[in-house]
Design a protein around this ligand. Structure first.
Ligand code: BTN
Length: 282
């Protein structure tokens, strides 16, 4: 197992993040073999994509205590405070066609909500396609990026930011209501325990996606965890604006909605923005 720590510029620095704890928790799983910790870098997704291009192994995990250029979806920024939250990316090399990669976003978000429940007691949900929500507040987000070679996925980087121990100010968010585990529970949780738990779950879910029965169960779970089903949604795809009611997230990770005209639409996630009217009941 290789555990590296230090800055992007190669200078080691003392940190409060106990990467050895995470490595020990993951010693028997695919994410325990190559864990890289950086005190400070631009974006864990950008850095890990570079390592992926250079041939890094599936299961490589990159954690940062601070990002100077954290990325969100659709060109947004991801803000975080040094040493308070979880900022990490994992590298996968799945045998999947590009249209199926969103299954991985779903299992990653599911692993996030399940780990939050076990470690902090918070019953967070998934706001399709990539957000982790508690009620109407955003606790975290997933950024999925992948490279395709000859029609197949060459590698995929799943990045997650989770607000753990900070109290975000309005100007530190990207325009949505934000919260953190600390704000919601009044208690500080161990980032290492949460990450170890989350990656343990991701291992199990990832191994399950090839199996039809396991995939059905995972699909059931991400539907149970979804905070948008039964609610009016407006989807912006860049090409069109679709209004309807969210019905289901299918086994490909795509959202099925029924429009006001009664037509059924299947929306594969990607660069879409979703506005939800949370106040309307199922
Ligand atoms: C979103 O909600 O728009 C997605 C946010 C994803 C943020 C994480 S933080 C770790 C990883 N590195 C990045 O630059 N972004 C993701």
């Amino acid at each position: 197992m290789e555990v590296l720590r230090g800055r992007e510029d190669g200078k080691g620095i003392a940190t409060s993040f106990n990467v050895a704890y995470v490595a020990l928790a993951l010693k028997d799983c695919m994410f325990g073999k190559n864990i890289i910790f950086k005190e400070r870098l631009g974006s864990t997704n950008v850095f890990l994509k570079r390592l992926a291009q250079e041939g890094a192994a599936e299961g490589t995990v990159l954690i940062a205590d601070e990002q100077t250029d954290g990325l969100g979806r659709m060109g947004r920024r991801w803000f975080s405070k040094r040493g308070e939250n979880l900022l990490f990316s994992v590298l996968l090399r799945p045998m999947l066609s590009p249209k199926n990669v969103f299954i991985l976003t779903m299992i990653f978000a599911l692993a996030g909500t399940d780990a939050l429940k076990e470690v902090s007691g918070l019953d967070a949900g998934i706001k399709w396609p990539n957000d982790i929500y508690l009620g109407q507040k955003k606790l975290g987000g997933v950024l999925t990026e992948f490279s395709v070679l000859k029609g197949s996925v060459q590698y995929l980087v799943l990045g997650m930011g989770l607000n753990i121990n900070w109290k975000p100010k309005a100007e530190e968010t990207s325009g949505y209501e934000t919260s953190s585990v600390f704000v919601e529970t009044g208690e500080r949780v161990s980032r290492e325990e949460l990450l170890g738990n989350l990656l343990g779950k991701l291992t199990v879910y990832y191994q399950g996606i090839e199996d039809r029965r396991e995939r059905e169960l995972l699909c059931k779970r991400w539907n149970e965890k979804s905070v948008i089903l039964g609610k009016p949604v407006i989807i912006e795809t860049g090409k069109e604006r679709i209004s309807g009611k969210a019905v289901e997230i299918d086994q490909d990770g795509a959202l099925r909605i029924v429009t006001a005209e009664g037509a059924e639409r299947k929306i594969l996630c990607g660069d879409v923005s979703v506005k939800v009217n949370f106040s309307e009941q199922r």
